[in-house]
Ligand binder design. Structure first.
Ligand SMILES: Cc1cc2nc3c(=O)[nH]c(=O)nc-3n(C[C@H](O)[C@H](O)[C@H](O)COP(=O)(O)OP(=O)(O)OC[C@H]3O[C@@H](n4cnc5c(N)ncnc54)[C@H](O)[C@@H]3O)c2cc1C
Length: 409
């Protein structure tokens, strides 16, 4: 069994899970988060899994994973825009903040350091030192990199570790329930709805409203629309009205003509019920989809965790669950081994398998978002056949994730 002082870089869900599991295993922790804001206001909907509920129970943290918007069905809209197939697949969409808030509140404030930007790390046989943008140097026994998909720690360990663009973007539109046509509300607010035109994929579901409001009429409707986008088109979308090019354009700077174009495409391509809601979203935003699988996640006294270790496309919807299970595995490995380096080697083997699974499954699912299919000129019958198959696979995916995560805690 090893204990000591852990420096955790990143104070989102991965970092908070790591902090709680390590504290429970007798470690002193300090969490360093670059952002000075409370992160709770920035999350959206989050699909829940039993494994996540089990992790929280093990930590003794009260977060009711059953609390959220219940959707008993998956619904597929065919090429003609009709709800052509309805499957019983109950899910609960909770709010990201409902997980973040109890985790953050349960960590004594003196261990959480906002507005602290990690820059580099140095390690030797006796410890590891984190160096911050303000010049501070903090010494510890273990450094946990929970600093997300654009990790600053990871490239220091793996210099060629840049996540790769998957060739498509995810547009997201969030529309208040009150703006969804009354005739459509019952179906849309009880389902995960799919419209799959050509090589594109749109899924849509209700989420708790602002401030987590679950009352009818106060919820929101969330549409995620995956669209093949070549690098030239992406570069143009990432260029603001002043002509400045961004790696990922901040949402308020997305040009009005880019938003007008995607809304026009929604009308032309998506099932009418979903398109009607998407065009009412005040400010749709987009994010380029990337992925990356780390060949190694432990380096002496430094461990990569959560999205810093593996960047998966969002299709599998298991990012939070994977981060929680990474943290549990890390604490267990430290408890079971006589040295930190030996424990991290065990962690490396166990969690690389999980990360590889999430990344490779999400690549397989993402393969349906495909520019070649968009251009192939399928007949309506062929398109329906293909999109029904994609829908059925997606409808069963969360069952697969549940099985994958079942025995990990
Ligand atoms: C604000 C926010 C909202 C999210 N909303 C959702 C959602 O609605 N649904 C969903 O499924 N997933 C959401 N996610 C992603 C989901 O939380 C992750 O898949 C999961 O939590 C595992 O991520 P992570 O903690 O490893 O990384 P992340 O959640 O990306 O967190 C990484 C953290 O590290 C910090 N950081 C980065 N670089 C540095 C540095 N150099 N020094 C110090 N700190 C640094 C970042 O500010 C960030 O808080 C959200 C993430 C964030 C940050």
């Amino acid at each position: 069994m090893t204990t000591g002082h852990a420096l955790i870089i990143g104070g989102s869900l991965g970092g908070l899970f790591a902090a709680h599991f390590l504290r429970a295993a007798g470690w002193r922790v300090d969490v360093f988060e670059r952002s000075s804001d409370d992160l709770a206001g920035r999350g959206a909907g989050l699909g829940t899994h039993e494994a996540l509920a089990r992790v929280l129970r093990r930590l003794g943290i009260g977060a009711d994973m059953e609390l959220g918007v219940h959707t008993p069905y998956y619904v597929w809209f065919d090429a003609g825009g009709k709800p052509a197939l309805k499957l019983d697949r109950p899910r609960v969409m909770t709010a990201w903040a409902w997980l973040y808030r109890p985790l953050k509140d349960a960590l004594p404030a003196q261990y959480y350091h906002p507005a602290k930007t990690f820059v580099s790390a140095e390690q030797d046989a006796n410890g590891v030192t984190a160096i911050f943008a303000d010049g501070a140097r903090v010494r510890g026994d273990l450094l946990v990199a929970a600093d997300g998909p654009r990790s600053t720690v990871r490239p220091q360990m793996l210099p060629d570790s840049k996540p790769e663009y998957a060739g498509y973007v995810a547009w997201r539109g969030l529309t208040p329930e009150a703006e969804v046509a009354a005739a459509e509300r019952k179906l849309l607010f009880t389902s995960n709805a799919f419209s799959i035109p050509g090589g594109e994929l749109a899924l849509a579901y209700p989420v708790p409203g602002r401030d987590g409001d679950l009352r009818e009429g106060r919820r929101d409707y969330n549409i995620v629309w995956y669209r093949p986008t070549d690098t030239a088109a992406l570069a143009d979308m990432n260029t603001d009205a002043a002509g400045r090019r961004h790696e990922q354009i901040p949402p308020p700077l997305i040009r009005p003509d880019v938003i007008a174009a995607v809304k026009a495409d929604a009308r032309a391509l998506l099932a009418r019920s979903i398109a009607d809601v998407f065009v009412r979203a005040e400010r749709p935003i987009f994010q380029a989809i990337h992925d990356f699988a780390s060949p190694q996640i432990a380096f002496g006294r430094i461990a990569l965790l959560g999205d810093a270790a593996f960047v998966a496309r969002p299709h599998v919807g298991a990012g939070v669950t994977k981060a929680a299970l990474d943290a549990a595995c890390l604490a267990d490995a430290l408890a079971d081994n006589a040295s930190i380096v030996a424990a991290l080697a065990v962690y490396n083997d166990a969690r690389r398998r999980a990360g590889d699974w999430v990344v490779s499954r999400s690549r397989e699912f993402g393969a349906c978002v495909n520019a070649a299919v968009s251009r192939s000129g399928m007949s309506a019958e062929q398109e329906n056949e293909r999109s029904e198959r994609v829908f059925r696979e997606n409808a069963d995916l969360h069952i697969e994730v549940r099985e994958w995560a079942k025995d990990a805690v």
